[in-house]
Design a protein around this ligand. Sequence first.
Ligand code: NAD
Length: 254
Amino acid sequence: MSLIRRLAVITGGGSGIGRATCQIMAREGASVAVVDVDESAAKETAELCKQSCPKPDEAQFHSYSVSVANSKAVNDMMKEVKGQFSQPLSIVVNGAGIIRDKMLWKMTEEHFEEVIDVNLKGTFLVSQAAVKQMMQDGCKNGSIVNISSISAKHGNIGQSNYSASKGGVISMTKTFALELASHGIRCNAILPGFIKTPMTGKVPSEILDKIIEMVPIGRIANPEEVGEVITFLASDKASYITGTTIEITGGLWM
Ligand code: NAD
């Protein structure tokens, strides 16, 4: 078990990649704070974590209903986490994300701002609150994993808001890595391609079929295949990796 006595805050933990990551980290011995705007989904994930955890007496699982775009709610949540868990915080996964796809000429200012607020500002707010906590605790093996997207590198039709938000996440990751390395905190980003989650469930099946034809591995991924990479980056097995990006795309748009 690679994450014994570690505490992870995982946003977007109520669904898809975030939920799979919570369960995999629980399997690896971590305690998990499941953060999601969807309260019942976050609670359900915390229950699933208990089932995945091989030593339930040694790990804790709690859920928090918070929007990552709200700075007060994020800071309050981080204080609550500090009070509820016995382990100090050392892992953050910024997985909360939304899409509001529209062609440029149809996209409203609201669509643009909503996506930037959750995907980019949310990553900033959660990381900032967590890093302050980790520094106070004297954390020496911190790891932040930000979920970007292959859309950041390649662009994607209908996603000028989303690809910009995820491009910002990559730039911010590199700056976090520079600022935090001397404080014992690494920061990396992953760029998933097409993963089977409720988010891609919104893509019309004929479009998804065309995308799958372009994927060298010939299928879309399961969220667990992303969660395993996130868990590796969070663990001490990745102790010399910071400021980088890993594409998890089955070879798409490499
Ligand atoms: P998902 O829709 O299954 O899960 C996203 C979760 O984020 C949901 O539980 C949702 O309630 C939560 N969320 C949304 N807004 C929030 C907010 N303001 N505060 C807190 N939680 C909020 O999606 P997913 O596919 O698992 O996506 C997870 C991450 O991976 C996202 O950042 C997404 O952009 C990224 N991503 C996904 C894919 C893919 O193919 N599924 C590809 C590339 C990147």
